[in-house]
Design a protein around this ligand. Structure first.
Ligand code: ATP
Ligand code: MG
Length: 380
């Protein structure tokens, strides 16, 4: 009874763990794991992704002794589940009963588009599917899992950034989709701005986002915020960028014309650079224009990853008052829409207040005003 002294994980370390993945409205797939206690949440999601390639699974559940479902969506919760499971199989062993597999119930997230109230038409192409058919039959060899975990780590840790090397300091602000922290990067001694966004998305989408963010390494303009890297940890993405000690323009209220003129030149140069790379900014507004004490003005938060833009739009329902009428109405949009947002932003900075009435009829007002102006133009 050494395991009583060492705890369940030690006693079970060499024990093969069988995880029964329940498939909604059909049977189940048994997956044999040889290193149960080391199993990570991401490994399980990866295997669920192979069993249910069509679904977007972001979490799974297991049942406790009362039959209540408990959700697992992180490594911490995985540990709690495994610890609970090992204690139940010990009881079964002691009582001479047959050992039951660990049953898990994949939880699918809402179908795409359901929460996108503005019906934004962003590029919704699906990511390249790596699993054309369910690769799991009865069991998966544990070495194939190890290999895929190592590959994933490489893919999901874009650049040289990782959570362990970052010390979070102050909170710089909260946005509609996340929180931005001032942070210290230990190996380089650099101060960073790290934007952390919670996203309940599949591994496939995470991979797609990481590959779409790659283009940021090629962005080289003094009017665009520097990008240092990004990584996913559990259900959150951290995007590490250059820290701008002057913050964003939304806090500066009324900006005198001669200063605003210089800011406008920098912002337009930044946008022209992005457009030359066929990137639409998609979120031009004063809080995405940053300044520093070296007198530089840089754009941030541009929609380089359509999948990231999509995932945020699906997760966070928000109103963007700087959006062009065609975007509010859910029509196709392009460079002109960025120009609209640029105009509204500069009006706000020049007037010291937002130019449209706030907030109730705002979106309708933008669409109506635009329609009226178009009519007037047609009549002249
Ligand atoms: P939204 O989420 O709708 O884009 P937002 O731009 O206000 O709104 P965030 O992008 O999360 O929200 O940014 C929050 C705040 O963090 C900003 O208003 C800005 O003041 C600050 N901030 C963001 N990036 C940086 C940076 N690189 N350096 C310094 N401050 C930053
Ligand atoms: Mg922002």
């Amino acid at each position: 009874m050494l395991w009583l002294l060492l705890g369940p994980f030690h006693a079970m370390e060499n024990q093969v763990l069988v995880i029964r993945i329940k498939i909604p409205n059909s049977g189940a797939v048994d997956w044999t794991v040889h290193s149960g206690p080391q199993l990570l949440f991401r490994d399980v999601l990866d295997v669920i992704g192979q069993v249910l390639p069509e679904a977007t699974t972001t979490a799974f559940e297991y049942e406790d002794e009362d039959g209540d479902r408990i959700t697992v969506r992180s490594d911490e919760e995985m540990k709690a589940m495994l610890s609970y499971y090992y204690s139940t199989i010990m009881e079964q062993q002691v009582n001479g009963q047959l050992i039951e597999p660990l049953q898990i119930f994949p939880r699918a997230c809402k179908p795409p588009g359901e929460r996108n109230i503005h019906g934004l038409k962003v590029n919704t192409r699906a990511g390249p599917s790596q699993h054309s058919s369910p690769a799991v039959s009865d069991s998966l060899p544990s070495n194939s899992l190890k290999k895929s975990s190592a590959e994933l780590k490489k893919i999901l840790a874009n650049g040289q950034m990782n959570e362990q090397d970052i010390r979070y300091r102050d909170t710089l602000g909260h946005g509609n989709g996340g929180t931005v922290y001032k942070a210290y990067h230990v190996p380089s001694g650099k101060i960073l701005a790290v934007k952390v966004i919670l996203l309940d998305i599949t591994l496939e989408l995470q991979k797609q986002i990481m590959s779409e963010l790659e283009i940021l390494y090629k962005c080289d303009s003094s009017y665009i915020i520097g990008f240092y890297g990004a990584f996913f940890v559990e259900n959150r993405i951290s995007i590490c960028t250059e820290f701008m000690d002057g913050g964003s323009l939304d806090v500066y209220r009324k900006i005198p014309e001669h200063v605003l003129g210089r800011i406008a030149v920098a912002v337009v140069k930044g946008l022209t650079y992005l457009w030359s790379l066929k990137i639409l900014h998609r979120d031009v507004k004063p809080s995405n224009m940053l300044v520093n004490t070296r007198g530089q003005v840089k754009l941030c938060d541009f929609g380089v990853s359509t999948q990231l833009v999509n995932s945020i739009a699906k997760t966070y329902v928000g109103t963007n008052a700087y959006m062009a009428p065609e975007r509010i109405s859910g029509e196709q949009y392009g460079i002109h829409s960025d120009v609209w947002s640029l105009g509204i932003s500069f009006m706000e900075l020049a007037l010291g207040r937002f130019p449209y009435p706030q907030p109730l009829q705002l979106l309708q007002c933008i669409v109506d005003e635009h329609a009226k102006a178009a009519k007037r133009k047609a009549g002249t």
